[in-house]
Ligand binder design. Structure first.
Ligand code: ZN
Length: 242
């Protein structure tokens, strides 16, 4: 079984198109979007449509739920809040219906898919640490737990024989007694110092987790954000992945 997992598109159509183009190359059995399709970027409507056409499973992110009015923006910083206001006006009833249909979490075979921490998904806790991963694996029995939300890709292996540790590298061999917390990073607003879009391929037959990057035309995405009158910081941060 080959899974193609991506997250945190944030209305960045240029980045999303490059990631989606990889579906034809990789030919996965299942395509999963972990949410935050909208918010920050200038093409929320087109990103909702493209994800709808290409993803088999869609998980809700906090920006998606804020843009559709399902949650408040009280916890958002001022530029995020401004972007949500702008985004809400861009979405048709059909876009809102698609976003509202997204699931909070989904189990599929050995995998659990969720936007933030699966322990209490609607609290939107960011998962960064090995300690958090240990706690998550106490609550859930899935071998692979996929999250997004931090915009920082990474893998933690909670191996029965060697104990929990962060895994180096982006191509990881799956161990028989390993359990993996996989943050797939962000398509449209990476925050790990690189400006290329992230996604993850899990191939359970070959036993490989492959965290990939594709470069995209971030200058066009930046220009659209500025032309839309969205906060300048949202354009600037795309260049340095911050
Ligand atoms: Zn996000």
């Amino acid at each position: 079984m080959k899974y193609f997992v991506f997250s945190d598109i944030h209305g960045n159509l240029e980045a999303l198109r490059e990631v989606i183009s990889q579906i034809d190359v990789i030919k996965p059995d299942l395509v999963v979007c972990l949410g935050d399709i909208v918010g920050y970027g200038a093409d929320p409507d087109k990103c909702v449509e493209l994800v709808y056409e290409n993803a088999d499973i869609r998980i809700a992110g906090n920006h998606d739920m804020a843009a559709t009015g399902q949650i408040s923006t009280d916890g958002f910083n001022p530029s995020a809040r401004e972007a949500i206001r702008w985004t809400s006006n861009m979405l048709t009833a059909e876009h809102i219906r698609i976003l509202e249909e997204s699931e909070i979490s989904r189990k599929h075979d050995d995998c659990l898919f969720v936007h933030a921490s699966p322990i209490s998904p609607l609290d939107w806790d960011y998962v960064y640490t090995v300690a958090q991963a240990i706690e998550i694996f106490q609550y859930f029995d899935s071998k692979f737990v996929f999250v997004g939300h931090t915009h920082i890709p990474g893998i933690i292996n909670n191996s029965a024989s060697e104990g929990p540790k962060a895994v180096d590298g982006n191509l990881v061999k799956v161990e028989a007694d390993g359990r993996y917390l996989i943050n797939t990073g962000s398509v449209g607003q990476p925050r790990d110092g690189y400006n290329s879009a992230c996604f993850t391929v899990l191939d359970t037959d070959r036993g490989i987790i492959d965290q990939r990057r594709v470069s995209y035309d971030f200058a066009s995405a930046q220009k659209k954000i500025l032309n839309a009158g969205l906060p300048e910081i949202l354009a600037l941060r795309l260049e340095n992945g911050e």
